[in-house]
Each structure stands twice: as structure tokens, then as C-alpha cells.
Design a protein around this ligand. Structure first.
Ligand SMILES: [Zn+2]
Length: 134
């Protein structure tokens, strides 16, 4: 017997995506490895392949990391007696990398969940990539 899964609140689906879980059931994992998406949910069999985030997670991650790091750079420059450049490099390069590596899978999961919640699926590719109707 195949029962219809219950409807999911928009914000619940986004939170599930943020946590790397299937936006529909919250049980199965979105990712097989760091950023590699699984093709289907192992719990509810939702297909993830039509929900392609493309470059959006990288864009949003750069946006967020920039809005965290740049004000900190300016604060240290203003009230830190203008430290030498190596201090800035020592502080902000590792912080930027760690923030980006932390945020990227969360933001990617959230974008996938947003696409699923809004039913924005990529069209299925035609067989062989050639339009046979022409
Ligand atoms: Zn699922």
C-alpha cells in the first residue's frame, strides 16, 4: 500500500534542508558525501534529481561569508590600531574558509528544500539530448 505523505510546512521543509535531510519526510539524507546529492530519499523515495541548485548555494555562501567577514575586517582595522597585513591574513583567510565549508552544505540543502517546496523542478532531459519532434 502506497499512502500519500503528509503535507509539509514551508519553513519545516527549509529547516530539514538546512539540516541535510529530505525536505518531504525529514528522515533520509540529502547528501551521500560532503556536497554530492543522493538521487532519491532512502526513506520516502522522493527523487532529488529534478531539484538542481546549480550555482545558487555558492552564490549565497559567498554573500553570507562576505557580510560576516568584511565588517569584522573593518572593525579590527578601525579599533585594532591598524594591524599589519599578515594579521589580517592569519585571521580572515581561515575564518572565511571555515565559514564557507560550514555554510555551503547547509545552504545547498536549504536551496534544494526551497526548490522542492515551491515545486521548481528542472525539466527532464530528452532522450539522447536531441529533440526528435523537429
Ligand atoms: Zn524523504
Amino acid at each position: 500500500m502506497n499512502s500519500e505523505p503528509p503535507r509539509v510546512d514551508f519553513w519545516t521543509s527549509l529547516l530539514r534542508g538546512w539540516n541535510g535531510r529530505c525536505p518531504r519526510c525529514g528522515e533520509g539524507s540529502l547528501f551521500g558525501s560532503f556536497l554530492k546529492m543522493k538521487s532519491r530519499c532512502t526513506a520516502c523515495d522522493l527523487g532529488f534529481e529534478p531539484y538542481r541548485a546549480d550555482d545558487a548555494p555558492a552564490y549565497f555562501t559567498i554573500f553570507v561569508v562576505g557580510h560576516i567577514v568584511v565588517p569584522l575586517v573593518l572593525l579590527v582595522e578601525r579599533w585594532g590600531n591598524e594591524p599589519p597585513l599578515w594579521v589580517h591574513a592569519l585571521l580572515w583567510l581561515p575564518l572565511s574558509v571555515v565559514l564557507a565549508l560550514y555554510l555551503l552544505p547547509h545552504i545547498k540543502g536549504t536551496v534544494i528544500a526551497l526548490l522542492w517546496a515551491q515545486r521548481i523542478a528542472a525539466p527532464k532531459p530528452s532522450a539522447g539530448g536531441v529533440d526528435s519532434s523537429a
